[in-house]
Ligand binder design. Structure first.
Ligand code: NDP
Length: 251
């Protein structure tokens, strides 16, 4: 089913999203990659045949509606939808103002909701679809100093579970993956935040994240991409409403 399917990966120009887009393209999918930075998307598309850049801010309903309509006009109905765009920022709840809370929710939860909603009509019509959301280990349990992020990623899992019930029995599946610390720009930014908060060196801050993985390493973006690829393929058609941890036993 992947060959020549139209896949859409939000945040597909960098990190985990790019690794997923590359895996899908290698299987013959036409992959729309989205994000806010045109230069980043163009560079990713220039590097990998089969990737098509689309500037689209997932926090803006009109941009999501128009952007997905444009992608559908260019490459046909979206059959594989990967809501991956996200921001990870930590702040204690007593220091969290509404603007911070909304920024996290708008991107990680509302952005995923809007993206899936705009892809659904064509999936329903085709009676085939795959949605794999990139949640987090923080979507399954609490993460110290990051309650808003954790709430947004828990909410994303709720959305996926609800969708899986809505379309149960049809050839459409809705699943999530929950990575631990993956070696991307988000982790580099997190390193800086930990360094500041804990007053440790950059090396120690990175080591604190590595120590949480029982294999004592950061996870590679492609490890997440391989799980997503499986969830998009025919071998997982009975897997629905599930969350797969890819976290090296992080506790
Ligand atoms: P990156 O920072 O590389 O990826 C985040 C992507 O989201 C970027 O491509 C960014 O593009 C895009 N993005 C952010 N905000 C918006 C927006 N408003 N509209 C459109 N696109 C947006 O980090 P990762 O690859 O690590 O993160 C990908 C996902 O994986 C995130 O949802 C993250 O929460 C999740 N995750 C990451 C983990 C990790 O340790 N790295 C662990 C668990 C989950 P641009 O800035 O150009 O808009």
């Amino acid at each position: 089913m992947l060959n020549a399917a139209h896949a859409l990966v939000t945040g597909g120009g960098t990190g985990i999203g790019l690794a997923i887009a590359q895996r899908l393209a290698a299987q013959g999918a036409k992959v729309t990659i989205t994000g806010r930075r045109a230069d980043v998307l163009d560079a990713a598309a220039a590097d990998t045949p089969g990737l098509h850049p689309l500037v689209m801010d997932v926090t803006d309903e009109a941009q999501v509606q128009n952007g997905i309509a444009q992608a559908v006009a260019a490459r046909g109905a979206v059959q594989i939808c990967i809501p991956n765009a996200g921001i990870a920022e930590g702040r204690a709840v007593h220091k969290t103002d509404m603007a911070f809370w909304r920024r996290i929710m708008d991107t990680n939860l509302d952005g995923a909701f809007l993206t899936i909603r705009e892809c659904l009509p064509a999936m329903r019509q085709a009676d085939w679809g795959r949605v794999v959301a990139i949640s987090s280990i923080a979507g399954l349990r609490g993460l110290q100093g990051a309650a808003a992020y954790s709430a947004s990623k828990h909410g994303l899992i709720g959305l996926i579970r609800g969708l899986s019930e809505d379309y149960m029995g049809r050839p459409m599946t809705f699943n999530a993956v929950c990575p631990g610390y993956v070696d991307t720009e988000i982790v580099s930014r997190n390193t800086a935040a930990i360094r500041e908060r804990a007053g440790v060196s950059e090396e120690d801050a990175r080591q604190m994240m590595i120590n949480q993985n029982r294999h004592q390493r950061l996870i590679a973006p492609d490890e997440v991409a391989q799980a997503v690829l499986w969830l998009c393929g025919p071998g997982s058609s009975s897997v629905n409403g599930q969350c797969i941890e890819i976290a090296g036993g992080q506790v």
